[in-house]
Write a protein that binds this ligand. Structure first.
Ligand code: TRP
Length: 359
């Protein structure tokens, strides 16, 4: 195994490769099959919109086939609660649809718990990695720390292998992810390679999936210092009303300097608010800062509120409409599940064949 060991790292190489792929996407969209996804832990916030949703919609509209896995089993790796999973899947799906992901295009949204043939790939995949490799995964280590787990369930160590099944069941070759997911992608690549070597005897059954690092900006929470997240109570949810949005921004942390400048290193809270405006209206943060100038943080906050509420208005209207239809989410997931299962069945048949398990 040592010659093809999992290599965590090589970030520069990943960035360069992403940039090259990005160029090809526009000219040859059908060459790619994008697979990406989320854990259903609740409704999404503006950090998700600017960080990943907008990029997915862009890929969809370029004509790239895109599979979006709702990783419901994965939720059970770092928490005991499962009572909210169904409600969370619903909220997540509504956010996807409101953001512009469209099941009538080449976009398939499905929960992995409903694709038995995908889950079945986990068993052969588990035989292709060592315990030591799973134990070394830096993202898993961080998650164990962050959740303060004292008793770690085996699913926590194994979920990156399950994630390989999420990606490879549909022969996904491109995975738009944030930096924290790169170790998992590296493992998926190793699993694809080892599967092809061992069972395919060199024939390519699975492609090696590439990460697509978008230039996703990191949006800080309204309390400044840390990443925006619902659990830290510092987020603006996509589905929030305009009034709620205004109230949250009013309470956002800034600093005591009156003159507004764009200085992310020394004035992270102000810079974050300027970045949000910039993501909404496409103007440069420096320019927005200059225009506000002496008018201080009151004017800055009014500008953020207006820009955000305007930018989200259509999305929120769509979300409210979609939420009124009690059947929409289950229809979307049913359609996605049927399509994902069809693909998964084909892949599993191929896997059984090369594994000499056709009886
Ligand atoms: N691990 C991802 C997260 O926590 C969610 C996920 C599950 C995923 N399966 C995936 C992401 C496959 C990309 C591809 O956000």
């Amino acid at each position: 195994m040592s010659s093809t060991a999992v290599e965590y790292g090589t970030f520069e190489a990943t960035v360069a490769r992403s940039a090259a792929i990005e160029k090809e996407l526009a000219s040859n969209p059908k060459k790619f099959r994008v697979l990406t996804g989320d854990r259903p832990t609740g409704a999404l916030h503006i950090g998700h919109l600017f960080g990943s949703l907008r990029n997915r919609v862009r890929l969809q509209n370029l004509g790239v086939p895109i599979y979006i896995v709702i990783a419901d089993y994965q939720v059970l790796t770092d928490r005991d609660t499962f009572e909210n999973i169904a409600a969370n899947v619903r909220e997540l799906t509504l956010d996807y649809l409101a953001a512009g992901l469209d099941p009538d295009k080449d976009t398939c949204i499905f929960p992995h718990s409903h694709i038995p043939e995908l889950n079945q790939l986990l068993l052969p995949f588990l035989t292709l990695v060592s315990m030591a490799e799973l134990d070394r995964n830096p993202t898993v280590k961080e998650e164990i720390q962050a959740a303060g787990l004292t008793r770690i369930n085996a699913g926590m160590y194994v979920y990156p292998v399950h994630q390989a099944a999420d990606i490879l069941f549909c022969k996904g070759n491109l995975v738009p992810v944030g930096k924290d997911q790169i170790p998992h992608l590296e493992l998926s690549r190793v699993i694809a390679r080892r599967f092809n070597d061992r069972f395919g005897r060199g024939q390519e059954v699975f492609p090696e999936p590439h990460p697509l690092l978008s230039e996703a900006p990191v949006i800080l929470g309204l309390d400044g210092g840390q990443k925006m997240s619902k659990s830290r109570n510092n987020a603006i949810m996509l589905g929030a009303t305009e009034d709620e949005t205004a109230k949250l921004i009013k309470k956002a942390k800034t600093d005591s300097q009156r003159q507004i400048t764009y200085d992310p290193a020394n004035r992270p809270e102000v810079a974050n608010l300027l970045l949000i405006v910039s993501l909404c209206n496409g103007q440069k943060p420096e320019k927005i800062a200059e225009e506000i100038g002496e008018q201080g943080s009151g004017k800055l906050k009014a500008t953020v509120t207006e820009a955000l509420n305007e930018h989200l208005r259509e999305l929120r209207q769509r979300r409210a409409e979609f939420a009124k239809d009690p059947n929409l989410v289950s229809q979307v997931l049913k359609k996605g599940t049927a399509r994902a299962r069809e693909v998964a069945q084909e892949t599993l048949a191929e896997v059984r064949k090369v594994m000499n398990m056709e009886f």
